[in-house]
Design a protein around this ligand. Structure first.
Ligand code: BGC
Length: 763
């Protein structure tokens, strides 16, 4: 019997080995064929044709909006694609288009490309921040901060699959997502575009999304991703968009680089660069980051694209050069392969051609850039299939896809307070719905929704439910009252709010059982989202205080892109649900959670600050808290990873397979989780590890693993983590990864244990 098992095992092993070798050699043959084809093409190209491939323009420069459509100016399209041989076009024209309209737009572009000598397809790219947000009727998902709050990579993988499918239905093969910046600064206006503040969580979510979008690249329902914004864009000293970050290289490598490294390893084909500066150097001319680290050290074989107008910014904004031409020279020599110009392509092409002729940019650099760009086009199979059409995508915007968005929203919503189990509430209760976020599709979606600032969402997303509509559906019209209380209004690009009718709102609260207070932010992104005060607006605090004063139980619904400080109102409200930016099905998911049809299982992917002057992340040094008498007091409103449920979980049997490990080994850490309440619920088991003594002050703790489990009442599961010792190494002051011998502490929920690493090793 034993022999038989061994024979079967051996045959299976041989089968796996052969399959792996065959697959591997197929991949290599494919790669060799792609490289041969691309090299042959590059050899036939003139300098002008090569430089054209490196140029990317925005669609607005090639035509105009007529009614609800975009119309090319034939002369402009011809000039860009046929005369200047532009390699790429991006952006929506200022309005979202239907998939059929996109088919038509891209078809016209590819027809123009087909008239050129080389017939190289033009690569079209769009920002799919939360689904195909420039595509009318596409399936939109919660923004990345909400996606991360699910702590469920399989949902994010699925969002990637659907995004790619719907994008190809619209003929667009390239997406500027995922954002892999760390959401470490709550003042920063793009924190909601990130998967939270932790490098490990960001890497896991980013890789899941990339696999869903890209694999297998070349098939007609997949896209190339552009991971962005390489790197540390999210951590500016000022908290304002596109401003200088002061970060030493070892911290860049320790915190900001890992998600990009993981994404490159997972096969990300393009990278977009941080629009801002690090240590006074615009990232777009930072050869060390672009070439030494990204291309040479991480072996990134795709291409690097600039962010919006960022070569020009080196000259105009950053005062590094006296003209754009010199900025172009610095950026291309630093490793930029494609410039998102986005309007004046003639100047870029003319400058780059003369820079090559003057010997200021080597031809080898141009050849390298073009080879990288053409390789991605070939990997996408665009030479053979430049067009894909809506008719071949029957599942476009289907109920199945909508359900996937709903599920993601439902798993993202995070219960932060539930005094005396005020939630869930009975379906027959009467409620007052109030606040500026109560009746708005715009606030549910945030920026990058149908338009850049998401300011037309109430028009384009009419068919979906606002919180007021979803709550009315759930509780019945006769049980729901509505008073806006505070309303958003715009001052230029900047959103403000004002009190509407406080007396009427207080009066309306008199005869209801509960108040659903919907507060937060209006939509924004990039510079228009800059703030000078991280507190929630005074008008909204005033509304909250008036509602608390009524004595009715107040359920605070937070609908915001970044964690605005709310310490003044937290004690007075009975329940708090953070819904982040849950998108078009978010209000339906919220209504289901309010009544207990769904049990909340989201966990904060960020630290929620209690005070505006204490914006410390959970990753911090002992001197910033942790009982050190001479350090700061780490006292957030809610910790990273926090989130309640309608049921309770008990943790037991934390076990580790050994007590001492060498640097090459892996520890098996297991724990049992039991649902001790009366409802089914999902729990995120989080593994934190602390390096107790190190030559560079260690962080108090770091997330090193997580798993979301679904447990019925009374059910228990044992979760096992495989902790690779090498992954506990830190980047020392010489920028080397080192694992130092010594003691480590593990923590899962309220349980702790220790182990020892017996040898120091550098990697
Ligand atoms: C943003 C990028 C975006 C690009 C193209 C820039 O302003 O910073 O995130 O991909 O525009 O729309």
């Amino acid at each position: 019997m034993n022999r038989l098992i061994r024979i079967i095992q051996h045959s299976f092993f041989c089968f796996c080995l052969v399959s792996f070798t065959v697959l591997n050699s197929e991949a290599q043959t494919n790669e060799t064929a792609i490289n041969a084809k691309v090299n042959a093409l590059v050899k036939q190209m003139s300098l002008e044709e090569k430089v054209g491939q490196m140029a990317q323009v925005s669609i607005e420069s090639l035509g105009k909006i007529e009614g609800d459509n975009f119309v090319f100016d034939p002369a402009k399209l011809k000039d860009a694609v046929e005369n200047y041989k532009i390699g790429s076009i991006l952006n929506a024209p200022g309005i979202p288009l239907t998939a059929a309209q996109w088919n038509d737009v891209i078809d016209q572009i590819e027809k123009a490309a087909n008239k050129t000598k080389m017939k190289i397809p033009v690569l079209y790219g769009l920002d799919d921040n939360h689904g195909c947000n420039y595509l009318l009727d596409a399936t939109l998902f919660p923004q990345e901060i909400g996606q991360a709050a699910t702590w469920n990579p399989s949902l994010i993988f699925n969002a990637g699959v659907i995004t790619a499918y719907e994008s190809r239905a619209a003929s667009v093969p390239w997406t500027y997502s995922p954002v892999l910046d760390l959401g470490v600064n709550p003042q920063w206006p793009r924190i909601w575009e990130d998967y939270g503040e932790d490098p490990y969580l960001t890497s896991q979510m980013g890789v899941a999304f990339i696999k869903g979008v890209q694999n297998p690249l070349g098939s007609k329902d997949k896209l190339a991703v552009s991971i962005k914004h390489y790197m540390a864009y999210s951590d500016p000293k000022s908290g304002h968009d596109r401003s200088d970050a002061w970060i030493p290289e070892n911290y860049l490598r320790e915190y900001h680089l890992p998600p990009f490294a993981a994404a490159v390893k997972a096969g990300a084909r393009t990278v977009m660069v941080n629009s801002a500066l690090i240590n006074g150097i615009p990232t777009h001319i930072n050869k060390h980051l672009l070439t030494d680290i990204l291309k040479n050290e991480l072996h990134f074989t795709g291409f690097i694209v600039t962010d919006w107008q960022d070569i020009e910014n080196v000259y105009r904004r950053d005062h590094i050069t006296k003209n754009i031409k010199d900025a172009t020279m610095l950026a291309i020599n630093a490793g930029i392969d494609m410039s998102m110009i986005p309007y004046n392509y003639k100047e870029f092409c003319t400058d780059l051609i003369s820079l090559v002729k003057e010997g200021k940019v080597p031809m080898s650099r141009i050849n390298d850039a073009v080879t990288r760009i053409l390789r991605v086009k070939e990997e996408l199979n665009l030479f053979k299939t430049p067009m894909t059409y809506l008719k071949d995508y029957p599942k476009y915007a289907s109920a199945e896809f909508h359900k996937a968005s709903y599920n993601t929203a439902a798993e993202s919503i995070t219960l932060l307070k539930n005094e005396n189990n005020v939630l869930p509430i009975s379906k027959t209760a009467t409620v007052l719905v109030t606040g500026p976020n109560a009746n708005s599709m715009r606030t549910l979606n945030g920026g990058w929704t149908y338009t850049w600032q998401g300011d037309k969402t109430d028009f384009y997303a009419k068919q979906y439910n606002t919180i007021l509509e979803a709550v009315t559906n759930k509780f019945g019209k006769e049980n729901v009252k509505y008073e806006e209380g505070v309303a958003y209004n715009m001052k230029g690009n900047w959103s403000q709010d004002s009190v509407v009718d406080m007396d009427a709102t207080v009066k309306a609260a008199a005869d209801v059982d509960y108040i659903l207070l919907c507060l937060g932010e209006n939509s924004y992104t990039e510079t228009p989202g800059n703030i000078n005060d991280v507190n929630l607006s005074p008008n909204q605090i005033e509304l909250a205080q008036a509602m608390i004063k009524t004595g009715k139980p107040v359920i605070l619904i937070l609908n915001e892109g970044r964690p605005r400080v709310i310490n003044k109102i937290v004690p007075g409200v009975a329940g708090i649900l953070d819904i982040y930016l849950p998108s078009n099905f978010g209000a339906d998911a919220l209504a289901d959670i309010l009544t207990g049809d769904v049990n909340p299982s989201g966990k904060l992917p960020i630290t929620y600050a209690r005070y505006p002057n204490d914006l410390v992340n959970y990753i911090h040094k002992p001197s910033e808290g942790g009982g050190n008498p001479q350090g700061g007091e780490y006292d957030p409103q809610w910790q990273f990873g926090y989130g309640l449920s309608y049921t309770t979980f008990d943790y037991s049997n934390l076990a580790i397979n050994k007590k001492t490990f060498s640097p090459g080994e892996t520890a098996d850490i297991s724990v049992t989780v039991k649902n001790t309440g009366s409802r089914e619920g999902k729990e995120v088991v989080q593994l934190f590890v602390s390096d107790l003594v190190a030559s560079l002050t260690p962080d108090v703790k770091r997330l090193r693993g997580f798993e979301k489990v679904d447990l019925k009442p009374g059910e228990s599961k044992t979760v096992t983590f495989h902790l690779v010792m090498k992954d506990l190494a830190f980047v020392n002051s010489k920028n080397k990864k080192i694992l130092e011998a010594g003691d480590f502490k593990i923590q899962i929920n309220n349980l702790t244990s220790t182990f020892n690493v017996n040898k120091t090793e550098t990697f």
